[in-house]
Design a binder for this molecule. Structure first.
Ligand code: 5GP
Length: 124
């Protein structure tokens, strides 16, 4: 079920549990800014979720409340992950869903990195 893209942050959402290590994930990458792991229901051969380690509900929450250093850290990490997964030549999609109209299911800001095939015409 889609969630509202506004706060307050729910510390018991599924990605908060993954960050705490309460439930497992298939980790792709981790640094001081992000954890990246395979989506449990992939929509493409490569479907990785990139989540900030800090608690933000949505992109607007992240853009308003994260420091410039953190925003740069998260975005540079996303670029590095896409490059490490060799997605650059063939292409990839990097999106975020926010709130009900976008069908956001998990109320912890995240980027979807998808590739490995020709993706459906946008929006997918
Ligand atoms: P949203 O719709 O919020 O943008 O995307 C949430 C994504 O999280 C979905 O693609 C869904 O498959 C994925 N997801 C939900 N629960 C889990 C989980 O427990 N583990 C992993 N790895 N992905 C999950």
């Amino acid at each position: 079920m889609a969630v509202h893209g506004t706060g307050p942050y729910d510390p018991d959402n599924i990605f908060a549990k993954i960050l705490r290590g309460d439930i497992p994930c298939k980790k792709v990458f981790e640094n001081e800014w992000v954890l990246a792991f395979h989506d449990i229901a992939p929509k493409a051969p490569v479907h990785v979720l990139i989540i900030p380690k800090k608690a933000y509900v949505s992109f607007i929450d992240f853009s308003k409340n994260a420091s410039a250093e953190e925003i740069a850290g998260v975005m540079q990490s996303a670029g590095r992950i896409a490059a490490d997964l060799h997605l650059e030549d063939a292409g990839y999609r990097l999106i975020t869903n926010a709130g009900q109209n976008a069908g956001q299911e998990v109320p912890h800001f995240h980027l979807h990195l998808m590739g490995g095939k020709a993706l459906p015409a946008f929006p997918a």
